[in-house]
Design a protein. Structure first.
Length: 131
């Protein structure tokens, strides 16, 4: 049995399989998930697990080069936007229109669905390298 870090096998395996610039999406409960990427559904009920809990767990395992969010988050969910900026520090965070964000998810390796009900609680994480 794995002792630390991510215990969810599909999520752990998806992160381990990422190469430089590959994308992983952490999504709220309502984001449409395209047919291409692997679907990792963690949602149990409203708010469980939360978007931020899931994001923090992933950040403990994944090297992030850049982040994309929907620009609508800045207006509709500004507190969440501030928390995301704080989590990523100097890592570039780009905001794109939500329609474009949804198109970009089709190129991701996997989409992780949480139980989050906060509007626009979605990020695309692009894998960096550790060397």
């Amino acid at each position: 049995m794995k002792k630390t870090g991510l215990l969810n096998q599909p999520l752990s395996a998806a992160i381990a399989g990422l190469g430089h610039t590959d994308a992983l999406v952490i999504a709220d409960a309502g984001l449409p998930i395209p047919a291409g990427p692997q679907r990792i559904d963690l949602a149990l009920s409203a708010g469980i697990p939360s978007f931020l809990e899931t994001l923090r767990a992933v950040l403990g395992e994944m090297q992030i080069e850049r982040v994309v969010i929907a620009e609508e988050m800045l207006v509709v969910s500004p507190a969440l936007h501030a928390q995301i900026l704080a989590l990523f520090g100097d890592t570039p965070v780009e905001a794109v229109p939500h329609a474009r964000f949804k198109q970009m998810t089709a190129e991701a390796r996997a989409v992780v669905r949480t139980g989050e009900f906060t509007p626009y609680a979605n990020v695309i994480l692009f894998s960096g390298v550790v060397f």
